[in-house]
Design a protein. Structure first.
Length: 265
């Protein structure tokens, strides 16, 4: 049975960079995203460049029927998933109660429900096989409440907490669980979330997706529990853990509000 790394949200950004970093290390891949044409092109390129087997499956993870179909297709295949990378995710911004509920629900379905279901399905299979690895992608936003991005920050706090819990539960079954908590990264995320970094996007505070992916894969190889790329982000996480909670709330709210296109009243 062939072994594969399954990467969700693999058509762009950190997901694509993670897929490339894994292929570079000889991992066969199963790429999952909604954009069929993009996945087909990426799969062909990675297979040619790194001489690995690269498959792709289109799926809208927010749709329960599509997610069930994905799981069934993988269950019936002869592909053993020994690494699950839950990267798919999205963000929203602005005053929570003024946002369209459908978009906020979509965030919950992708960032939390789909991730949890994939962890449940493949974590169980890995435990039965006696080994495997899971990497869930959270964010430095997981370490603090984030006014003006309240739902997003809460979803990433869920990912962080679930990952740490599963790490302890599955340790004795030979399954390793890590969580990646990147800071601001040059991807389409900010545009999709309705944020504007302006000149900050070209500065050293924002990392490249490829750099984040390299650090993430090294962290996986070391079985690191929480992977925070970049010393600035690591320092930020430390400060958030040590500072009074009221101060963390105020500072994170001010930072998020500063990158909104139009500051709320």
């Amino acid at each position: 049975m062939s072994r594969y790394a399954l990467v969700t949200g693999a058509s762009s950004g950190i997901g694509l960079a993670l897929a490339e970093a894994l292929a570079r290390r000889g991992h066969n891949l199963i790429l999952v995203a909604r954009q069929r044409e993009a996945l087909e092109s990426i799969a062909c390129e990675l297979a040619q460049r790194f001489a690995v087997d690269v498959l792709f499956l289109t799926c809208n993870l927010a749709e329960p029927r599509q997610l069930s179909g994905l799981l069934q297709e993988l269950e019936e295949s002869d592909h053993e998933i020994d690494l699950l990378v839950n990267n798919a995710g999205l963000g929203t911004s602005g005053p929570y109660i003024e946002q369209d509920w459908g978009r906020e629900q979509h965030l919950i379905e992708v960032n939390m429900l789909a991730l949890a279901r994939l962890c449940h399905a493949f974590g169980g299979r890995m435990a039965e096989q006696g080994g495997g690895q899971i990497l869930n992608v959270a964010s430095v936003a997981a370490f603090q409440p984030g006014a003006w991005m309240s739902n997003y920050s809460a979803s990433k706090a869920y990912v962080l907490s679930l990952s740490e819990g599963l790490r302890e539960e599955l340790r004795s079954r030979g399954v390793k669980v890590s969580v990646l908590c990147p800071g601001p990264t040059r991807t389409a995320f900010f545009r999709g979330a309705g944020l504007r970094l302006g000149r900050l996007e070209r500065g050293t505070l924002v990392m490249d997706a490829e750099q984040v992916a390299r650090i993430a894969v090294r962290g996986l190889e070391r079985n690191q529990a929480i992977i925070v790329p970049g010393w600035r982000n690591a320092l930020l996480v430390l400060v958030h853990r040590l500072a009074p909670r009221w101060l963390v709330r105020k500072v994170s709210a001010a930072i998020n509000r500063a990158v909104l296109p139009v500051a709320p009243l």
